[in-house]
Design a binder for this molecule. Sequence first.
Ligand SMILES: [Fe+2]
Ligand SMILES: [Fe+2]
Length: 474
Amino acid sequence: MKTILGIFFIKNPFKTIFRRDHGRKDFAWPTRLKKAKLMDDKVVKILGYLAKTMLKKIKIEELHEGMMIVDLGRSWTNHPFLGNQKRITSPKQIQKLKDYGIQEVIIDAGGEIDTAPGLSEKDQNHASREDIAVSIESKWPSLQPSPGEPLVKEISFAQELQVAREVQREAHSIVRNYMQDIRAGKNIESKKVKLVVNQMIDSIFRNRDALTSITRIKGYDEYTFVHSINVCILCLTLGRHLNFSREELQQMGIGALLHDVGKMKVPAHILNKPGKVTEEEFAEIKKHTLNTLEVLGKAGEIPDASKQIALQHHERYNGKGYPYGLVGDQISQFGQIAAIVDVYDAITSDRCYKAGIPPHMGIKKIYEWAKSDFNQVLVEKFIQSIGIYPIGTLVQLDTDEVGLVYSINHEKLLRPKVLLIYKDLKKPYSSPVLVDLMEESKESLYFKRSIIKPLDPLKWNIDVDQYLKEAISL
Ligand SMILES: [Fe+2]
Ligand SMILES: [Fe+2]
């Protein structure tokens, strides 16, 4: 049997390492590696890891429990697992692969591969944004369009923004009306929801960041409406990133947009209570998943897959969620996605009693919780879809300029477009200036600008929503 050493990192495996580019361009290995004095601990660890990794192609009949699959040789949508890497823990999984017609797999016969290369478990738990970027960019190369993806002409972020705003307004009025109807004891009908979800899908296919950028503009007074729309947009953004079919996106979008409508049956004084709720009140709030299911059951023509989102968005991968305490893959894929997105939007949103955390902190929290609460593969895909520095993050650059992340570079997560506000940490620009962090300096090997660190907009007294609103209406 032929042993393949280190083919896991196809082409130049070291290229991804240098995406942790504190101002450097990608280097070729190994001469520039030494020149650039980058032989740090992490690189050494990765080299050791590669040396230990022994990849073998084996027949499906030779696969048994305990083996670590690193490549299934096909898109993840064409096999039963969420990613191409999976440790086999039961004969059932092998049977599933056979059912999908898979005849050969590549396994790692030498080392562990289910943690990000070069990162210890401790590092994984407390990884920096750069570590996360390296890990995600190396494990998940840029997305290839799937054969079934509709042919929609992509347009620029700026071109799509106006339309995206209209779509968001429409969604807002629909969700608001539905919630009022439910409070009044009326049934809702699904037609308008389907229509607006389709408009959202079209927008995301034309430009995957325009609608997402609007999720950053939040007002605490309308939390439940805005949250529902944001969860829908972020689910669709991730779904597109995962190459879901239009039908799957529709099912997921409908479920996401309506996932919390059952909250309208929870007494308002509990729902809007500032501060901590009592145990009894929390028990009442928890009923909203089953309430939503009941509402959707009466709405007619709501797909079962959409209902799963309503029912399962508070389930947790470790079994500690509600209403049923489902564990791992007992939770549907849509349920797993909605759980991640729901928490991310909730912790990054302002509430009447508490300010939300900035988006980059939200990403870090979700990444830390991935090991217990969520499906780790989906968390990494989610971060790749919205960026390490999501739209609206306030950042300081190595030029001492300060600005807001305006749109994402999905191939290089650390190099988004930034709307510059301050020139030198003190002096504001007369009007915001849009720059691309991919822009190179003519004089050196370096990029012109790089992010040094994210900043707290509260300390800088910067109203992120206002800046984004103005930028969007330009
Ligand atoms: Fe909920
Ligand atoms: Fe929610």
